[in-house]
Design a protein around this ligand. Structure first.
Ligand code: GLU
Length: 444
């Protein structure tokens, strides 16, 4: 039975055998949100009992990713530092005849000739999963499973059960791939006389083609998303709401935008869908665009700057101030910051910082350019804004035909078939450079 007065304690228990991936982030977030919501405790536990595969660099990278998305934990443990505790419980199991040292016939070189096996009572295990509902699983097929290589080297199931008990974990929230592990862990729990925590197994995340999300579908690691210029807030919003939605009481519509704080308030384990969640990158892009729009211009530009290739910065007319204006022209359009890099690589930014080259024929008709020059020449340097340039040329362009006048002007400034409008370009380039480029086009 669940004791409602008991302080909620959850844990995220990654094995440091790789960096944090999308599925791990979701498990981490669900544990964090649930604990915070209930005023409980959230533990980070590094499960590094596998000495060969565990690496400190992976642990560091997991911890860094957790911090980057704004999550804090209350306690930190490393299983490799808890051997004494596991030994004590292993001994208990052996002494109480629930486990035994088993002589093995080594199958391969390097195999042990002795391991510790759990004496399987062969019973059915029934759990009331908070997401999946009642689940019943047999244990006979598991045989007397191995729980430790020796008294100093517990395996995963043993360490998890001891830790969850010792740390007072009340809710085990983890990926559905662990459901099959649960009966073994409950058998060990029962043999040691431990309480049983509540279980919540989170459905898998699948790619849009309904297969397991993997590298061939794109990035699966959290750091890769961050590197592409997805904002931590957007990633959190996206991952936490994958396979879960807040049922808004009044209007009945589902909300989409949640800060970590909102999520702490609204998250509901009972609303996590039973079926697999589908990883929908378009939704992430959309969310990220919304979060980019919300950034202050200062924050936006600071980040955008990090995505500008060095090559651009060494162009003759480059200045940070100019780049700020250029970046602002795409603030509403980009869905991740690496698009700034892509735009630059596709030659869509160079022309702001150096005279573009282009085919003469792209200009079409240059006969109105002299009149444009004489009109805008009257604008004072300090007033040379998009708005002012537009006002100054507008009547003339309307009289002669807007396309006829504005197309060559725009091409003269950008050298491109497609670009922002000529007024925006003129403001960014400044009066002198604008006139210089218009003259260059006439001479062509
Ligand atoms: N260490 C396990 C893993 O990284 C998680 C164990 C658990 O959550 O019980 O998959």
């Amino acid at each position: 039975m669940e004791d409602n007065n008991k302080k909620v304690i959850t844990r995220f228990a990654p094995s440091p055998t790789g960096v944090l991936h999308i599925g791990g982030l979701r498990t981490m977030l669900f544990n964090y949100l649930y604990a915070r919501q209930k005023g409980g405790e959230f533990i980070l536990r590094i499960e590094d009992t596998d000495k060969e595969r565990s690496k400190k660099e992976f642990e560091d990278s997991i911890v860094a990713a957790i911090k980057l998305v704004g999550v804090t934990y209350d306690k930190f443990f490393r299983q490799s530092e808890r051997t004494n505790i596991y030994r004590e419980y292993l001994k208990k199991l052996v002494d109480s005849n629930n486990a035994y040292v088993s002589k093995e016939v080594p199958k391969e070189e390097g195999d042990r000739d002795e391991v510790i096996r759990f004496k399987n009572p062969n019973k059915k295990i029934k759990i009331d999963d908070l997401i999946l509902g009642p689940v019943e699983m047999g244990t006979t097929d598991l045989g007397d499973f191995v729980i430790a290589k020796d008294m100093e080297s517990p395996l995963y199931h043993m360490a998890v059960v001891v830790d969850d008990f010792e740390m007072g974990v009340t809710h085990v929230i983890r990926g559905q791939e662990h459901l099959a592990n649960t009966p073994r862990q409950i058998l060990i729990q029962e043999a040691l006389g431990f309480y049983r925590p509540a279980y919540a197994h989170i459905p898998l995340i699948l790619a849009p083609d309904k297969t397991k999300l993997s590298k061939r579908h794109g990035a699966v690691n959290v750091v890769d998303y961050l590197a592409q210029g997805y904002l931590p807030e957007a990633i959190v919003n996206f991952i936490a709401t994958m396979g879960w939605s807040a049922q808004s009481g009044k209007s009945g519509t589902n909300e989409e935008i949640f800060s970590l704080k909102d999520l702490v308030k609204k998250f509901d384990l009972g609303n996590v869908q039973k079926g697999a969640a589908i990883f929908n990158i378009e939704k992430l892009d959309w969310l990220n665009r919304e979060y980019i729009k919300k950034l202050s211009d200062y924050e936006y530009i600071k980040t955008a700057h990090n995505y500008l290739p060095e090559g651009i910065k060494s162009l003759r007319d480059y200045s940070d101030e100019k780049f700020h204006k250029v970046a602002m022209t795409v603030k509403d359009r980009i869905s991740k910051f690496c698009e700034i890099t892509h735009l630059s690589e596709a030659g869509e930014l160079q022309y702001y910082f150096e005279q573009p080259t282009y085919e003469k024929s792209l200009l079409k008709n240059t006969s109105f350019l002299p009149e444009i020059i004489s009109l805008i020449d009257k604008i004072e340097d300090k007033d040379f804004t998009q708005k002012k340039v537009k006002e100054t040329i507008w009547d003339f362009a309307t009289e002669k035909g807007r396309g006829e006048v504005l197309w060559p002007m725009r091409v003269a400034l950008s050298g491109k078939e497609k670009s922002p409008d000529p007024f925006t370009l003129a403001e960014i380039l400044g009066k002198a450079e604008t006139i210089k480029r218009l003259k260059f086009a006439i001479e062509k």
